[in-house]
Design a protein around this ligand. Structure first.
Ligand code: CDP
Length: 220
């Protein structure tokens, strides 16, 4: 079923590559606006965790499809943030495991997976004002929202930020996979407002977005 922005509450889309600062910015922005913060990457990560736990190879599209059809993927809201359960288990503590970091870009290139996540994101926006972060939020999931931002930073800064988080995460490889996949690749939506966060604090980026949203007439 085709959905249009009329079906949704207000949506602020924040896209960008790995470790660009999207999550911190999107979470802080959602708090300032009183919107729900939705992390679409966490849904891709939860699905990846589930497939890895079932020992399903992500190239085996038939088994992936079977596993996902029989899985109950529930998206809730807790403390004004999205939270994912798979078969009633909350995988939050495992979403940034090395093995999930390694496989998530592989899983998220599958059309079926993208359709499932897209539906979940639409469900959130049907009932709440949302700040949604990801890779294809402004370009594919909510193309009609006027509130689109693309948050970027230099590769050096992004590598430093991820290392400072203490994670083993080959972000350059993940970015390449996200940029080059055939379904919903990471792109800058043509009507997105681009912010280079390399030398900006989170607070500065949030302020810049709030100013822009106000100029656009978003009432808060
Ligand atoms: O935290 P980080 O920005 O590194 O990653 P994330 O937002 O948690 O996303 C993890 C992975 O999920 C990305 O590398 C993409 O492969 C995939 N993803 C996607 O394809 N589309 C989205 N809207 C969000 C995430």
């Amino acid at each position: 079923m085709h959905s249009s922005q009329r079906d949704f509450h207000r949506v602020v889309a924040i896209d960008g590559p790995a470790a660009s600062g999207k999550s911190s910015v999107a979470r802080a922005l959602a708090r300032r606006l009183g919107f729900v913060y939705v992390n679409s990457g966490a849904i891709y990560r939860a699905i990846t965790w589930y497939l890895l736990n079932k020992d399903i190879h992500t190239d085996d599209t038939q088994r992936v499809a079977q596993a996902l059809q029989s899985a109950a993927i529930t998206c809730r809201i807790q403390d004004s943030e999205s939270r994912i359960l798979v078969n009633e288990i909350d995988p939050e503590d495992h979403l940034r495991d090395d093995r999930v970091n390694e496989s998530v870009a592989h899983v998220s290139r599958l059309l079926l997976v993208r359709q499932i996540v897209g539906q979940k994101l639409h469900e959130y926006a049907r009932s709440h004002d949302v700040v949604v972060e990801g890779r294809d939020i402004g370009s594919v999931v909510f193309p009609e929202t006027p509130h689109k931002f693309y948050v970027d930073a230099s590769r050096e800064v992004r590598l430093r930020r991820r290392a400072a988080q203490g994670e083993r995460d080959a972000i350059t490889l993940r970015d390449q996979a996200d940029l080059s996949r055939s379904v919903s690749p990471l792109v800058t939506a043509k009507d997105a407002y681009v912010i280079d966060t390399s030398h900006l604090t989170i607070e500065k980026v949030v302020c810049e977005i709030l100013v822009r949203l106000k100029e656009m007439g978003l009432q808060t």
